[in-house]
Write a protein that binds this ligand. Sequence first.
Ligand code: ADP
Ligand code: G6P
Length: 487
Amino acid sequence: MRQSSLVVVANRLPLDDSAAPDGACEWRRSPGGLASALHAILQQTPATWVGWNGGIDSAPTLPDIGTLRLRPVALSEVELRGYYEGFANSTLWPLYHDAVEQPVFDRGWWETYRAVNRRFAEAAAEVAEPGAAIWVQDYHLQLVPQLLRELRPDVLIGFFLHVPFPPPELFMQLPRRVELLRGMLGADLVGFQRPQAAHNVAQLATKLLGAPTISDDEIVVDGRIVRTGAFPVSIDVAEMQALATRPDVVNHAKQLRHSLGQPRRVLLSVDRLDYTKGIEHRLTAYSELLRDGRVKVRDTVVVQVAVPSRERVESYRGLRDRIEGEVGRINGEYGRVGEPAIHYLNQPFDRADLAALYQTADVMVVTPLRDGMNLVAKEYVAAREDGTGALVLSEFAGAAAELEDAFLVNPHDVDGLKDMLLRALDAQPADLAARMGAMRSHLRSHDILAWARAYLSALDHTGRLTEWLPIPAIPRQRPAAVTPPLR
Ligand code: ADP
Ligand code: G6P
């Protein structure tokens, strides 16, 4: 296996193998924000991406994507259950998202989580050239930084957590809290979406490891300084803008509006089918607006795209059943023949189709109960080239710290959510244009390249990790080691 100077390790590869309708193997872009973000930048660099390809017991040889090499890691059925569905997605995921769903503490899962983390660490160590940088991603692989430090003391180790890091009171519930914290702090630089996360980790390091902190951003672990900081992830703004203005996409958006019955207003939501996304609260708000006659089906159309996710995990199956039942109830009660109240779509879409959907939406409703960032909110803003459209955004999405000109809302407060939806629906064009203009201008200088540049130049001050990144169009205002500023 050829070696690389930059190795990315994430649970998922950017491609998933899924069976095509004829049973043949078909490669598709992986779901979720992490794959979207990294896929956008890494095609331009001779890095290696180590990850799982979505299958069971298979690690096929995969073609390069541009200059990016893919190194698959095989997972067995037992490992998928204990590591991915179990410890990662039934223990850590709910706990890290404010325990909006009860975390499950199953003692049997831990050993599998540890063994799989070791396999990923060994695979990364194998493809890293001497002195390379290894950039580990997300909660699935929280032990990998420490394991790598033991295997390859010569490499620089970065870790980035795409999801929120919980407050200390919640993290303290984890039976394996010391190992998990120590594992992550095996990195040289630990990146988060929000500054609060770094603060939480500094507090926990002192409490659980007795590690002194120099500041919130510097912790001394075993005599070594571990740096932490906030690096809010973003999207390929240029790609989304280009897509949204492509003539076929603009035409497609017009056709979509036509197919929806040329309503006066279209509300859109696009989520993975996940209990953190607040889909049920949103449906309650919409149903009550219909019940109270504050919106009318013919006039206002709702489109909910909800792509199935983690379908073998019990809490996700239950959520899907509840949501589909509620959509059926609302359509049964308020829809008319040929005019459903909610257009509910379960399918994955390609980027151009998503851009057309964003073009069609007068109001984009992004109301997670908790979200590390939420890239859909940023994609919508990037797609609104003409400055029209309203974004209703949860205060509990990381994106709210940057997109302050959205219609910010507490999604737990259903009455407040209903009022905010109406405010966004009835807003004056000048107000919308001012809000959208401010958000677009922020995104232009805080795109995915700015994120990669900020993180990688903080990981290695020499600049060798960022040589392949295009020169920024807008000069940086702050020193390289500092994250793109949050306003
Ligand atoms: P999460 O990472 O929790 O899934 P994000 O909003 O940060 O949430 O990222 C979701 C990513 O997945 C976005 O890039 C979005 O465009 C993409 N996505 C969401 N729904 C679909 C879908 N139905 N088809 C294709 N891509 C989707
Ligand atoms: C979130 C996580 C990612 C994950 C994605 C999709 O964005 O932070 O690590 O890849 O959701 O979830 P999945 O379980 O399908 O990989």
